[in-house]
Design a protein around this ligand. Structure first.
Ligand SMILES: Nc1ccn([C@@H]2O[C@H](COP(=O)(O)OP(=O)(O)OP(=O)(O)O)[C@@H](O)[C@H]2O)c(=O)n1
Ligand SMILES: C[C@](O)(CO)[C@H](O)COP(=O)(O)O
Length: 229
């Protein structure tokens, strides 16, 4: 079996509110995209690496050209459409493993990625990096507010790692059924495939809102990847 990597990077970053997609916001001297691509250079994978870009994204194509062993595919309307497009472009063997990682998560730790991959290789079961919820969680239903027991609640991170054939089938089935899919695991759960959680570090933050930027810079400094200011 071979291990491949898909990097969804075809979003527009609406919640970040920038004049350009958030994957092109700069942290020190590099774009968010480059911080994440650089991190993955430290992960040994024997398969293909695919950066999934918006159709008209010339900046991403320019960046991709400066990385060896990085191919480009065109994404779709939603993240799940982009991942499915990436799987179709990958055209791997059914039993190959596919890691899917948000380009917007530059602080993921190599050791966490390796632990997830090792879990999948050892058990033959797919899974995802996740972190236990630490806040008290509320549900609001109209004017009614209630508290949800958080002892079984986890925040899903990426990468998420599943077998190529099963993931492609599960994602295609969910999308054709019109189901809203925000991560690969939810499509696999729906299809009845096993999904395991592998605890990952909480600093694997996704750049989503403007206030996340300073925290990601801090985490990059904490990890020794960005010079302390
Ligand atoms: N059609 C899409 C939408 C999102 N993504 C990617 O999926 C990852 C996680 O999605 P999210 O954080 O939601 O990014 P955006 O969709 O860009 O953000 P927003 O929802 O605020 O527009 C990002 O790396 C994003 O580039 C993608 O490849 N294709
Ligand atoms: C896949 C993901 O990172 C898991 O938490 C997340 O769902 C992607 O962000 P989105 O805002 O849901 O597209």
């Amino acid at each position: 079996m071979t291990d491949h990597l898909l990097l969804p990077a075809a979003g527009v970053g609406r919640r970040f509110g920038h004049d350009r997609p958030k994957q092109y916001c700069t942290l020190a001297d590099r774009t968010l995209m480059e911080w994440t691509l650089d991190l993955w250079l430290n992960v040994r994978l024997d398969g293909r690496r695919l950066l999934i870009l918006a159709q008209s994204d010339s900046q991403g194509r320019d960046i991709a050209r400066s990385y060896s062993n990085l191919d480009v595919a065109v994404g779709g309307e939603e993240r799940a459409d982009s991942v499915l497009a990436g799987l179709e472009a990958l055209n791997a063997q059914e039993q190959d493993w596919v890691l899917v990682h948000d380009i917007a998560r530059p602080c993921v730790r190599v050791e966490d990625i390796e632990r997830l991959l090792d879990h999948c290789h050892r058990t033959g079961r797919g899974g995802l990096l996740a972190t236990p919820v630490s806040d008290t969680i509320k549900r609001r239903d109209g004017d009614a507010v209630s508290t949800i027991d958080r002892r079984q609640l986890w925040s899903a991170l990426t990468p998420q790692c599943f077998r190529f054939g099963e993931l492609k089938q599960a994602l295609a089935s969910a999308l054709s059924a019109g189901v809203t899919i925000t991560d690969e695991a939810s499509a696999m759960e729906r299809a009845g495939f096993p999904v395991d959680l592998v605890e990952g570090a909480r600093d694997n933050l996704k750049l989503t809102r403007p206030e996340d930027r300073a925290l990601i810079e801090f985490y990059l400094m904490q990890q020794g990847r960005l010079e302390q200011r």
